[in-house]
Design a protein around this ligand. Structure first.
Ligand SMILES: [Zn+2]
Length: 98
């Protein structure tokens, strides 16, 4: 996945579109009910938030520095794929192994 947009200023349409794609991606792969972990600088993947909040956080605060591989949102997760099911019980147990 192309993440060059993550380095762009947050008012650019590329960044905003990227945030939308991230949210879509994260909800597809790592949603818990209607929330995902917020990867913004303030929440640092520590808070479960709805899409509208994530969107605001990522536009206002931006992504956590260096969060280019979305491990909290199950990207490129060959290690997760082995378990053969949606990461419903993720994050606690699984993250301990990362
Ligand atoms: Zn946040």
């Amino acid at each position: 996945m192309d993440k060059r947009w993550m380095d762009l200023p947050r008012h650019t349409s590329e960044y905003i579109q990227g945030v939308n794609e991230f949210i879509q991606y994260a909800f597809t792969h790592s949603a818990k009910e209607n929330t995902i972990l917020c990867p913004c600088k303030k929440c640092v993947n520590g808070c479960w938030k709805e899409a509208s909040e994530i969107y605001v956080h990522l536009i206002c605060d931006g992504f956590l520095d260096g969060y280019k591989t979305w491990i909290f949102h199950v990207e490129a997760s060959s290690s997760f794929a082995q378990y053969g099911e949606a990461p419903a019980s993720f994050p606690e147990q699984t993250l301990m192994r990362l």
